[in-house]
Structures are given as C-alpha cells and as structure tokens.
Design a protein around this ligand. Sequence first.
Ligand code: 13P
Length: 228
Amino acid sequence: MAKTNIYLFANWKMYLGMAESEKLSKDLVKFSKKLPKKIKMAVFPSALSSTAVVKNLKKTPIAVGAQNIYFEDKGGFTGEVSAAMYKDIGSKYALVGHSERRHLFHETNHEIRMKMEGALSIGLMPVLCVGETAQESAYEPVWAISKGLGVQEQGKHCDATEANRVHGFIKKTVLALTKDLEPIILFGGSVRPNTAAEYLKQSNIDGILVGAASTHLDSWKDIVHNAC
Ligand code: 13P
C-alpha cells in the first residue's frame, strides 16, 4: 500500500558551518517548491545555525529541528540550549538520545527520559533515537552510521528487510505501551541515494534520518527524488 506520508529527515550533525548551513537552506527553498505533499521534510542544523535556517525556511514546508536539547528551560547550564529556546525560535522537532550523544557524550537513559519529557512539555516533537552496537548485536544500527560521505567512511550496509523486521518489533513494543498511539519510525544508518527507496518501500519504515548524505545538495536531492 502506498504511504500517505514519507518522512525525510536530514541530520546535518557538525558537518556544516554557518555559511554552509545558510547556503544549503537557501538552496532548499527553491527545491521545496516541487516537493509532493506526502514528503515531510525536516533539517537538523547545528545550534549555532538554527535561527538562520529557521528564518530561511520559514515560508517553505520544510521544518527545522534541534540535534540536542537540555530539559531545563533556563538557568546556569553552561553550553546548553533548552528545548524552550529551540521552540521559541521556531523549531518543530528535537533529536533525543542520538547514538553519537549516547556514546561520545555518555548520555544516560535517565537524561534521555528528562529530555523527552522536556520536549513534550513545551510542544517540541521529540525524535527518540534507539540503536544497537555491533557487539550488542542489538539496533539506528550504530554499526551502519557513517563518518562522512566518502566510500571509505560509510558504515556497514544494513539490509532493508532486516531494518524492517526491527522496525516491526519497535512498533509493536511502542504500541503496547501507548495503546493507540502509532509511532512513526525512521531508519538511519548510511542511507545513500541508491539505497533510500529500498528502505522506504518496507512496510514498517515510515521515513529516513540521513546524516552525511543530507549535507550535500546533490545527494540530498537524489535521495528525495528516489523517495518520491
Ligand atoms: P549517516 O547517514 O551519516 O550514516 O548518519 C546516520 C545518522 O546518524 C542519522 O542521524
């Protein structure tokens, strides 16, 4: 059955500086005019670039999200940016518990829960990331995440049917907890223009969260075309 909505989320991580984020967001304005309604696109720039990107994309259907948030609204929390501050500038989403935050910055499940609650309490839509390392052989499959766009930097390929199986498990688990709130589940891990469609045709995959390949206009455009 054809999907009503397809979620294409671009996590720019720390790949793009201010000028590069400004440029890419301006290029996306032109591109957004041709987007079919079923494509729900969001970009996640750095904290520093968020205000400018929100401003550039204001009149487009492309939403903006935070890569990370802090759960307190204001206070003595050096270096942090709160969910409320992102909401205030016009962000719609917030990534919570990305594997790079968990592994590189030792974010705990407790902090992730606080961030989920912080985001929900002020109406910022959280995008909770769950994954597995190769050692845990458990699931975003961390082993599939790339370190850049180059072939050498690509993570291991995660078979689309395996991703679909795990998404089915996650969907069932979340539904059992929320009863009637059907979760939207995105796949992330070295998605490239030539693999996007293969993931998106799977029944339990509602969209994709793309890192490296979303930071170059050409590869992002190709991913979007192949997803439509
Ligand atoms: P890549 O697409 O660069 O592997 O990143 C995946 C990811 O971590 C999305 O947030």
